[in-house]
Unconditional design. Structure first.
Length: 150
């Protein structure tokens, strides 16, 4: 039986492939979702893939994941640097949380160097492009001990 992993994406990721491709690449969010589903299936994970530009919606999805999903992969995008509310919601989640950033935020503007989410994350993947999502799913599978991921 597959275990569910929520893959949550924050603001402006709906524009992936169109917005600043020199930083974020040319893959679309649909490409990332397809790759997550493929990798997840190979790891025995069922993927719930979501994106929102609304902070409250991401918080609601985190609340909904409690007691129902095995882990969360989250790219909070700009909310990384601003949202104590998302941090508080993640504190209430019992499973592993992997934070993902497509670009290397540490090579960018100073304000991007701080992450509220990192304070609760089991791991952080930065600067690996969209491949970071697959790496995050592999790590979740290891942490939750799926047969395929162990």
């Amino acid at each position: 039986m597959s275990q569910i992993v929520a893959v949550l994406n924050g603001p402006n990721l709906n524009l992936l492939g169109k917005r600043q491709p020199e930083i974020y690449g040319r893959e679309t969010l649909a490409d990332v979702e397809a790759d997550c589903r493929r990798v997840g299936a190979g790891l025995g994970l069922e993927i719930e893939f979501r994106q929102s530009n609304r902070e409250y919606e991401i918080i609601d999805w985190i609340h909904d994941a409690r007691g129902r999903t095995a882990g969360i992969v989250i790219n909070p995008a700009a909310f990384t640097h601003t949202s104590v509310a998302i941090l508080d919601a993640l504190h209430a989640f019992e499973g592993p949380i992997i934070e993902v950033h497509i670009s290397n935020v540490h090579k960018r503007e100073e304000f991007r160097h701080h992450s509220y989410v990192s304070a609760v994350a089991s791991g952080v993947i930065v600067g690996c492009g969209t491949q970071g999502y697959a790496l995050a799913l592999q790590r979740i599978a290891t942490l939750i001990g799926t047969k395929e991921g162990a």
